[in-house]
Design a protein around this ligand. Structure first.
Ligand code: SF4
Length: 82
């Protein structure tokens, strides 16, 4: 089982998440628009190495898997269409 990851988001808040089951930003910002996914949000971006690792700008980035973001997670309340 993976350990929870602690990091600071763009607002300087310390966040601890398991990263496994659900979009962790739902706890912070609530649900986004019905039917929207992170892949349609302007805050999602990809880092390209041997493959593309997706990150959400609002989660921060540990340069590790703890902040990898699933493109098909349901959108949070900070969703902004691309
Ligand atoms: S909806 Fe946008 S801001 Fe919210 S978690 Fe997804 S990518 Fe991040």
């Amino acid at each position: 089982m993976k350990e929870p990851v602690t990091y600071q988001n763009l607002f300087g808040e310390t966040i601890t998440v398991s990263n496994k089951k659900a979009n962790p930003l739902l706890k912070l910002f609530g649900k986004g628009p019905e039917g929207e996914r992170c892949k349609s949000c302007r805050h999602l971006y990809g880092k390209e190495y041997d493959k593309v690792y997706y990150k959400c700008e609002l989660r921060g980035d540990t340069n590790g898997p703890g902040t990898d973001h699933r493109v098909n997670w349901p959108a949070c309340g900070k969703f902004e269409a691309e």
